[in-house]
Design a protein around this ligand. Structure first.
Ligand code: ADP
Length: 360
């Protein structure tokens, strides 16, 4: 089922939570809605469920108008939407099986209830807990029960709002793949809301980046990472990032403080930008140590991340650059030379004010 938001605005008193937002979610895809806290993600989901009406704009599901300005046209229970909230909201006085039975009540016959519950308990690998109460199973198991309870109603649209925030990283990773698998097994159109960029890049077919009630960019994960449309997306997705002012010389060449380097140049970099000041994105992994590299500087910070280190280099010409190192021999104070081994990305949307480089 495809979903379309057209020119949606939603205000709470004097706060504009959603600001003239338009977005299409293609059917049977998993879209990650990613953005900082307060950017309007949860409000957008509530508008889609029909629990809130927009002040302006329209929402359609599979071409059918479901909400319009100040109007809920199709009520929430007729929208075939399953939702998992961060708070889970399991009934504490009911066993896991009872929680699921309660969700199915009035939706099908008793014998179908049994077969659907048996199926979903197996699917989510929680059959052994069917007679346990929520307080006596782990956080990750509760999450799987909440997923089961949403999916048992066979929704066509599956909404998941920040489900992993309270879990440790191991468990969060397992559940992330469970969500992706459920999305595929049940063939739903899924919107997964998170403020965690790496979760979004890991499971999405499409990432929609939100900020201040607006959609900033919609693209597959790799494109969001490699070709962010503006400084906000470049910095928010996969920090730290190096954003450096430069001058676009001709197709595929940009002049930055360490010389002339190859850059991506496509329709997003119109000819009008030629010979103008631009902002170039150098992801940390584009920078590699090399004895004759053009970038020379002193290591001023190191941060251990397990498989690698994030190193901050203060260059001779006073820029801060981040790069990744595999070895422990990157001590603070050491002089290093770096080279750039991948084409840079020229940020397509920028204004003079956003041209603030990483000069120390
Ligand atoms: P996110 O999910 O991205 O964290 P929200 O959709 O929860 O963002 O909130 C967007 C903005 O709307 C925030 O400024 C928030 O404080 C405000 N907001 C959300 N719900 C309400 C509400 N019921 N009453 C007043 N303000 C709200």
């Amino acid at each position: 089922m495809s979903i379309e938001f057209r020119n949606i605005t939603k205000r709470f008193d004097n706060i504009t939570a959603i600001d003239n937002l338009s977005l299409t979610v293609p059917g049977e895809r998993l879209m990650c809605l990613v953005g900082p806290s307060g950017s309007g993600k949860s409000t957008l989901l509530l508008l889609l469920t029909g629990l809130l009406a927009p002040d302006e704009g329209e929402i359609s599901i599979n071409g059918k108008l479901v909400s319009a300005a100040d109007k809920i046209i199709v009520p929430p229970h007729q929208r075939q939407i399953g939702m998992v909230f961060q708070t889970l909201a399991l009934w504490p006085h009911m066993t896991i099986r009872k929680n699921l039975t309660f969700a199915l009540k009035e939706h099908c016959t008793v014998s179908e209830q049994h077969s659907r519950i048996d199926f979903i308990l197996r699917q989510m690998d929680i059959a052994q807990y069917e007679n346990a109460y929520p307080a006596f199973i782990s956080g990750g198991e509760c999450q799987r029960v909440a997923l089961a309870r949403a999916l048992i109603l066979k929704p066509r649209i599956f909404l998941v709002d920040e489900p992993l925030s309270n879990l440790d990283q191991n468990l969060a990773e397992k559940l992330l793949y469970q969500i992706r698998k459920s999305h595929e097994d049940f063939g739903t159109t899924t919107i997964y809301v998170t403020h965690n960029q790496s979760e979004a890049l890991a499971i999405a077919d499409i990432v929609a980046v939100m900020n201040k009630g607006k959609i900033i960019q919609v693209a597959p994960p790799q494109e969001i990472y490699e070709r962010p449309i503006n400084k906000f997306v470049a910095s928010f997705i996969a920090p730290p990032s190096n954003l450096i002012e430069g001058e676009l010389l001709e197709t595929h060449q940009v002049k930055i403080p360490w010389g002339v380097f190859t850059c991506h140049s496509d329709e997003a970099n119109p000819l009008s930008q030629r010979n103008k000041k631009v902002m170039a994105l150098i992801r940390p992994e584009y920078l590699v140590p090399g004895p004759n590299g053009p970038i020379k500087g002193k290591i001023i910070e190191t941060s251990f991340r397990g498989a690698y280190w994030v190193i901050t280099l203060l260059t001779e010409n006073n820029f801060r650059l981040y790069y990744y190192a595999q070895s422990r021999f990157s001590e603070i104070g050491k002089i290093i030379t770096l080279t750039i081994n991948q084409p840079l990305w020229i940020i397509p949307e920028f204004t003079a004010e956003t041209l603030r480089t990483q000069r120390n």
